[in-house]
Design a protein around this ligand. Structure first.
Ligand code: TMP
Length: 206
């Protein structure tokens, strides 16, 4: 049975979410709880192998979706569910909202297929595994694209065009608007210090 807390971080590439993970881990650890910091796709040995394929190999959008959920199934079985069951805080850099944003919003995969896979992998009803809180790091598309163009060698997703990023952002924001109890939208188009402060305020309320 789940007793810990499941926190996910989401946002477009270049929104800066990864920068804040260490802050969140430190804040949670200061409470004396066990913190498991992980990521998707990845988080397990098999998941990291799938990540390398997903980020660099061209493939059909539905293959991509299936592999994301294959990696997620393993991640839940080996890392997330056991950690939550022993009362840990699990902090995942991306989870299923990213599949809705990237594969449905960005690539145009049918939403109902993603919903089916979500139910298969995470369960349904009151026992479904869902994040308790999702921090959505939001920046305008132009900012994300600019930050990515300054960055190291881009992966397959980071090389997508602005239209793809517009679809991502609008899917994320729609999901956040539809589930205000779970989502906290962080305006990440501000100084690093200001964003860090916002993140700290959110974590403090958990
Ligand atoms: P990262 O750069 O935040 O580590 O994420 C890896 C990439 O994988 C990122 O561009 C988003 C993408 N992704 C999807 O397309 N679908 C998913 O379900 C997940 C978890 C990530």
């Amino acid at each position: 049975m789940k007793t810990g807390k499941f926190i996910t971080l989401e946002g477009m590439d270049g929104a800066g979410k990864s920068t804040h993970i260490l802050t969140i881990v430190a804040m949670l650890k200061a409470r004396g709880v066990e913190v498991v910091s992980t990521r998707e796709p990845g988080g397990t040995q098999l998941g990291e192998k799938l990540r390398a394929l997903l980020l660099h190999e061209p493939m059909h959008p539905e293959t991509e979706t299936l592999l994301m959920f294959a990696a997620r199934r393993e991640h839940i079985a080996i890392v997330i569910a056991p950690a939550l069951a022993r009362g840990a805080y699990v902090l995942s850099d991306r989870f299923t909202d990213a599949t809705y944003a990237y594969q449905c919003g960005g690539r145009g995969v049918d939403m109902y297929k993603i919903e089916l896979l979500e139910q298969w992998v995470q369960g349904s009803g009151v026992n479904a595994l869902q994040p308790d809180v999702t921090l959505l790091f939001d920046v305008p598309v132009e900012v994300s694209v600019q930050r990515l163009s300054d960055a190291r060698t881009p992966d397959k997703f980071e090389r997508e065009n602005a239209e793809f990023f517009h679809q991502l952002r609008s899917t994320y924001l729609t999901r956040a608007a539809n589930d205000p109890a779970r989502f906290r939208v962080v305006d990440a188009n501000q100084s690093l210090e200001r964003v860090k402060k916002l993140v700290e305020e959110i974590i403090a309320t958990l």
